[in-house]
Design a protein around this ligand. Sequence first.
Ligand SMILES: [Mg+2]
Ligand SMILES: [Zn+2]
Length: 197
Amino acid sequence: MKKSIGKRRAVFLDRDGTINHLVGYVNHPSRLRLYRFSAEAIRTLNGRALPAVVITNQSGVARGMFPEWVVEETHRRMIRRLGAGGARLDGIYYCPHHPAAGDSPRRCRCRKPGTALVRRAARELEIDLARSFMVGDSPADIQMGKRIGARTILVMTGYGRGEYEYNRSKWKVAPDHVCTDLLAAVRWILDRIDHGE
Ligand SMILES: [Mg+2]
Ligand SMILES: [Zn+2]
């Protein structure tokens, strides 16, 4: 068993539908619209020294819908907007692939529910995955979180409400908690930690 002493727990965050409004593909940085509560939620994690790390699938790149630099520029914009709200991300990791698109389509290990991105984050940021949390609006987020042994929270923003109301009988795995939005998720996480969990 790997030692986890000295490693930190983290909160992994999905991007689209969790931090920013779901608008289809963000194929231009100007399409990024943060939820009004996102800066407060991430600022709250910062205040508790809990790394806030974004894990996002951006298959629009493999699909040829926008170049990869648009993803990077969108993330710079997200960092600036969050920064204006006093919030800081500790890392952003994205998968640009799609199993059925691109020059050499293949099943990558980083597209959620794959765990390659989150495992890389764990190595680079010295994170203890099993003590961490994953927040997202899609079953793939919850599946990924379960695979790494983290606790999982489904938010009702983005695809969350529809998934919860119409699809939950088909889910392969259930989230540990369901709540309205990212801020509520952060409060639930802090409550668990404060109770020594
Ligand atoms: Mg999402
Ligand atoms: Zn990938």
